[in-house]
Design a protein around this ligand. Structure first.
Ligand code: LLP
Length: 413
């Protein structure tokens, strides 16, 4: 469910015509719906009310300060994976005790800052990392709580680039290693090892991989005791015709599995919360008839939404103002000099005129978060809609931003 709907032929973001929004803010433009985000957050929260987990929004999916703030104000914690994300989470007002920190490459400075910020847990991905956290915590005269990220060797049955729970991937620790860490807990005097963390992948639409992974963690719980179980994110959403898990169904099955285990649960949803809560609006610059193909060339492409180029991901695309004209097959492409720069391929749409706007749906997660300035296109503006109000939440970058950190050495002057 989301709040981007057509009324007659016009696309609305909540209670505002998208055409009016782009008149004010231009294109390309990311538009987010605040109430879609909240709706998803509370759907998950209600589905899990029996287990009452800490929900930590995975901000790698969308790191807009305004969106993080919206969720934090609603009681969400944050899942971060870098010093930069930690900085933003704190700036958005997230208390340290609601921050969990994953990632395979945590640097010393990042670890120290996080310890000083009083985060809830590091999700530890290797033995050297655990040793480093222990060493730094000692230096800071603190006892730092951590969870061990378990690699359960489970296939999430999703795109191979976003599968993270198989033994071939760089993530987490094998069962045996995790077990031996718990057995040797006392070696790490400045670390309190309190739980297991799992995250087996993203855009998962089946239940069994989740259950399999949790079963591996519960197997381990029979051998070593722990209090917290973080089951990560990964819940899939509808981009085309997927039949994703419903939060209630997901929650009921997990409840059944965890019955009697007394673990405290943590969730790290990203895509589920923001995926369908954002669209990218681009304008057609040219319509080009090719030999075998037609191309609608727009002012935003892989620079702003990388998912189609990187994973051949499908995003629904439609005219912001639908029209009753004959439809033809076309690729929707961006201005970037790469053949993989497409937003959609073989789409059947009315031939767009120059300047007509297209909406790319499902762009709220891993859209602006993965955008770049490749080919010298500054990042675009972002707005957040709340019913009939629209707020600028990210200014459009300008050309000066493109060079602000560049330096010309003296010998070239
Ligand atoms: N927790 C951890 C430790 C993660 O690595 C991730 C995502 C999440 C939670 C949130 O997962 P979600 O609920 O969003 O599935 N760029 C890719 C997705 C990469 C996901 C990385 N990890 C894409 O555009 O599909």
């Amino acid at each position: 469910m989301h709040r981007f709907n057509y009324q007659r032929s016009n696309l609305y973001a909540e209670g505002i015509k998208v055409e009016n929004i782009i008149k004010q803010f231009g294109t390309p433009l990311y538009i987010y719906s605040a109430n879609t985000i909240l709706d998803h957050f509370f759907k998950l929260k209600h589905a899990f009310k029996v287990l009452n987990p800490l929900i930590c929004f995975s901000m790698k999916s969308n790191s807009s300060l305004a969106i993080i703030r919206l969720l934090v104000k609603s009681g969400s914690g944050i899942d971060v994976v870098s010093g930069g994300e930690l900085y933003k989470a704190i700036k958005a007002g997230c208390p340290g005790v609601k921050i969990v920190y994953a990632g395979v490459g945590k640097r010393e400075d990042e670890i120290e800052t996080a310890i000083k910020a009083g985060i809830l847990f590091f999700n530890v991905e290797s033995v050297p990392e655990l040793e480093k956290i222990n060493k730094i915590a000692k230096r800071c005269k603190k006892i730092q709580s951590v969870c061990i990220r378990l690699n359960p060797d489970v296939d999430a049955k999703t795109h191979k680039y976003i599968t993270t729970g198989k033994k071939e991937t760089k993530f987490g620790l094998p069962y045996k290693v995790a077990k031996s860490i718990f057995k040797n807990k006392s070696k790490y005097k400045n670390v309190k090892i309190e739980g297991i963390h799992l995250h087996i992948g993203s855009q998962i639409v089946r239940l069994d991989p989740f259950l399999k992974a949790i079963k591996v963690a519960l197997e381990l719980k029979k051998e070593v005791d722990f209090e917290y179980l973080n089951i990560g994110g990964g819940l899939g959403i509808i981009y085309k015709n997927e039949k994703p898990l419903l939060p209630d169904q997901y929650a009921r099955e997990i409840e059944k599995l965890l019955k009697g285990s007394k673990v405290k649960l943590i969730l790290e949803p990203g895509r589920f919360i923001v995926g369908n809560a954002g669209i990218l609006v681009t304008r057609v610059v040219y319509f080009k008839k090719g030999i075998n193909k037609n191309f609608a060339i727009t002012d935003g492409g892989m620079n702003l939404l990388l998912r189609p180029a990187l994973y051949e991901a499908y995003h629904e695309i439609n005219l912001v103002k639908k029209k009753n004209k004959p439809k033809v097959k076309m690729d929707i492409v961006g201005p970037v000099c790469e053949s993989s720069d497409f937003l959609g391929q073989d789409r059947i749409l009315p031939v767009p005129k120059e300047g007509e706007a297209l909406a790319v749906f499902g762009a709220g997660a891993y859209g602006s978060a993965m955008a770049s300035v490749y080919n010298g296109h500054p990042l675009c503006a972002e707005v957040l809609v709340n019913e009939k109000e629209v707020y600028l939440v990210k200014k459009k970058e300008n050309y000066r931003d493109l060079i602000q950190n560049d330096l010309i050495p003296d010998f070239l002057r």
